[in-house]
Design a protein around this ligand. Structure first.
Ligand SMILES: *Cc1c(COP(=O)(O)O)cnc(C)c1O
Length: 473
């Protein structure tokens, strides 16, 4: 091998040769096991045919969610020992506040126990302020955020770009909001606030482009409504922008993050995603007035404003995680795993949503299981069947989660997806190969997948997929 090739491989090889590779090594392991098929069947019966209700010990490879399921680094474990558990004004709080300011650039932050508490407090406060304006347009709402807006009497509108609805194309920024639709909605005068979810989890984990963010900012200013971002995956969004946008190739992820944040008035964060922590979340804002207004609610609902329902050590783990997550070696490993699983599934003939996103691979279930009607919850049926055949747990995101009863009957969501979310720094490439082979096998025998019906569902709208009990049709 001549010198140039060596140089090439040293600096670029593993990435540009398209090899998924982990920029970390394993220091501590957890045993996992694969129960026999018969036992998996019995576990499904016990779980009411809902994979959320399975015991994790009965799952072999768990791609249910990337939320709070990541592995912490040794620096994060060391941070735990630094935790200051004082009730108010702890050192952990100051380290956390400084990390949020340093990485994201927001002067005011309120910690909360996880992302949905941030959604609840920020979204309902903004809905209160804007009354009677109650529409919340978004690139696509996330399930817990959508549920809290509806519960509070608001109207969540999903306005994804048209390109996002065609799963076969490689349009790079399918996370974008439809600007024309957004302007039409704004012109009604009934918009409470605009929401951009980075990355667009519900649509496929796709990134939002810098142009789209800038244009959305402009519209928010023109119509004088706040621009809120759900930044649960801000680092993955920035990395995908760097990877896909020619003008951002030479910018650092840190700078792309800072530029993105500069357009937001307020943000919510689930630290269980790009906080690289197992628990936690926060609201951050540039508005002192809004900070003051929300701080009472945090005290009432979460905990004192310097801990927000978290232990001091959790705040330290998040502070360290926020600095680690913008490390580009880490992000390369992260996204190369997603890209690899996406590629392998496509090779196995599985109808994946294109292109790959940041944290998960999405399977188009309507194409995979054309024989199953929507009222039999095909996405969840596929999740159940995949577990039965392989011990792999994904999650259905379709009719069970998003169908709505209206006066005209049931309205089904656009998508029926099986989402395979990859926990951060947890699985190896051979685990991903096992998943690809397993789902390839299942997808090649669609007729073996049985539809499901509901036996029991909870009374709150929008969250039945977490709790429902089902049975095969
Ligand atoms: C996970 C998530 C949330 C909610 O956060 P939790 O920490 O699970 O409460 C909100 N928005 C997005 C985009 C998420 O992925």
């Amino acid at each position: 091998m001549d010198k140039i090739t060596v140089h090439h491989i040293c600096f670029w090889g593993v990435y540009y040769l398209d090899l998924p590779i982990e920029y970390y090594r394993i220091k501590m392991i957890e045993k996992i096991g694969l129960p026999p098929r018969e036992e998996r069947y019995n576990r499904l019966v016990d779980a009411g045919w809902n994979v959320f209700r399975l015991r994790s010990r009965d799952v072999f490879i768990d791609l249910l969610t990337d939320s709070g399921t990541g592995a912490m680094s040794k620096d994060q474990w060391a941070s735990l020992m630094m935790g200051d558990e004082s009730y108010a004004g702890a050192d952990s709080w100051y380290r956390f506040k400084e990390a949020v300011e340093n990485v994201l650039g927001f002067p005011f932050v309120l910690p909360v126990h996880q992302g949905r508490a941030a959604e609840r407090i920020l979204y309902t406060t903004l809905l209160d302020i804007s009354k009677p304006a109650d529409i919340v347009p978004a690139n696509t709402h996330f399930d817990t955020g959508k549920a809290v807006i509806e519960f509070y009497g608001g109207k969540p509108f999903d306005l994804p770009v048209r390109e996002a609805l065609d799963y076969k194309t490689n349009y790079p920024f399918k996370g974008d909001i439809d600007l024309e639709e957004l302007e039409n909605t704004l012109s009604t005068g009934n918009v409470s606030f605009i929401l951009l979810v980075l990355t667009n989890n519900t649509m496929g984990g796709h990134p939002v482009s810098p142009e789209n963010i800038r244009e959305t900012r402009k519209l928010a200013s023109d119509y004088d409504v706040p621009l809120v971002m759900d930044i649960s995956r801000f680092a993955e969004n920035a990395f995908l922008v760097k990877e896909r946008h020619p003008s951002y190739r030479d910018k650092s992820v840190r700078d792309i993050v800072r530029e993105t944040m500069s357009y937001a008035d307020h943000v919510i964060m689930s630290a269980k995603k790009d906080g690289l922590a197992n628990i936690g979340g926060f609201i951050a804002t540039r508005s002192e007035e809004l900070y003051n207004r929300m701080s009472g609610r945090v005290v009432l609902e979460e905990g004192y404003v310097t801990y927000g329902g978290l232990a001091g050590r959790d705040l330290d783990a998040i502070a360290t995680g926020l600095r680690e997550v913008i490390d580009e070696d880490y992000l390369k490993s992260r996204v190369s795993q997603t890209r690899y699983l996406h590629k392998r599934l496509a090779e196995e003939g599985v109808a994946v949503v294109h292109p790959y996103g940041g944290h998960a691979v999405y399977v188009d279930v309507l194409e995979t299981l054309p024989h199953l009607p929507r009222e039999q919850f095909p996405a969840d049926a596929l999740a159940v069947h995949l577990y039965l055949e392989s011990g792999v747990r994904g999650v259905g995101l379709g009719a069970l989660a998003f169908a709505r009863e209206t006066e005209e009957g049931v309205v089904y969501p656009e998508n029926e997806f099986l989402r395979l979310a990859i926990p951060r720094r947890v699985y190896t490439v051979s685990h991903l190969d096992y998943v690809a082979k397993s789902l390839g096998y299942v997808a090649s025998r669609p007729r073996e997948v049985k539809g499901l019906r509901i036996v029991w569902e909870p009374p709150i709208r929008g969250i039945r997929h977490f709790l429902a009990r089902l049975e095969p049709v």
